[in-house]
Design a binder for this molecule. Sequence first.
Ligand code: CUA
Length: 336
Amino acid sequence: MTALHLAQMLLARIAIAPDPEDGSFWMPPQVSTVAHSVDWLFNFILAISVFFFILITFVMVIFVLKYRRREGQTAQDSPSHNLPLELTWTAIPLVLVIIIFFFGFKGFLDMATPPANAYEVMVEGQKWNWSFTYPNGYVDENLHVPVDRPVQLVMSSADVIHSLYVPAFRIKMDVVPGRYSKAWFEATQPGEYDLFCAEYCGTSHSDMLALVIVHPPGEFEIWLEKASNFLETMSPVDAGRKLFQVRGCTQCHSMDGSAKTGPTLLGVFGRTEQMADGSSITVDENYIRESILEPNARVVAGFEPVMPTYQGRLKDAEIMAIIEYLKAPTGASQEE
Ligand code: CUA
């Protein structure tokens, strides 16, 4: 039978186990402890769908041909019941959905329950970047994690709903303003993987990207130690430049003179800006500080008051470094 044969071939194709490191035609690489079971269930559901799609289409075409209207034949009354047939098409789907429910629920519980010793990273989404805060207070724009260790993400949003999505880990979780959502994973392979925002959150939603860097054994602690000391080891201008990029300023403020969601900060220090209320201000340390902590207090004319506050999210020393960076006459040209 051709349909059955085709279905068997398709099943065989789909069932080929993907190489965990490269991913398959369908799937990104499997880099977390849950990835295998997620893929297995996906493939199972896909195989069932393909099988029944082909079977039903095939039978339908046969029936359409066989029982089509012909000259000299009149339609007969169809029987109202066929008990064996009805039992069959109830029992088979019932068994299938119970299997799907069992493995789906088991997988859901596994993914919703982090191990007690999980390493915790705080995540904040804002339009349009991610920031990851490590237990020592250091904030990075990428998610760095140790390999073979459970990591729990405690996530919130500064503005609208975002969604943290790491295909290689098979995790996706909404990031909601005003509450904390959680996700956990255990990475199984060192490397760099993509992290996306999977909830439409405005103009630059598709740019809301980050990397997950899975460090080989022992190297995560070394990286964190080194990265955390940047305020001491870098000049204020360099530290300010790093903060400007890491903390999402570049998503809205260019350093090349072009206006984005916010005004360009190229040569902003000392510039006289027209405010939305008609007054004018010469940009100094105090105005920059105010704009970081109370962004909507005095907004430059022609721009919307959409910047989230950095109150409590940037330390004084960090604000000072950003001011020094914006003051530096060559700050912009070095950056690119
Ligand atoms: Cu954040 Cu889409």
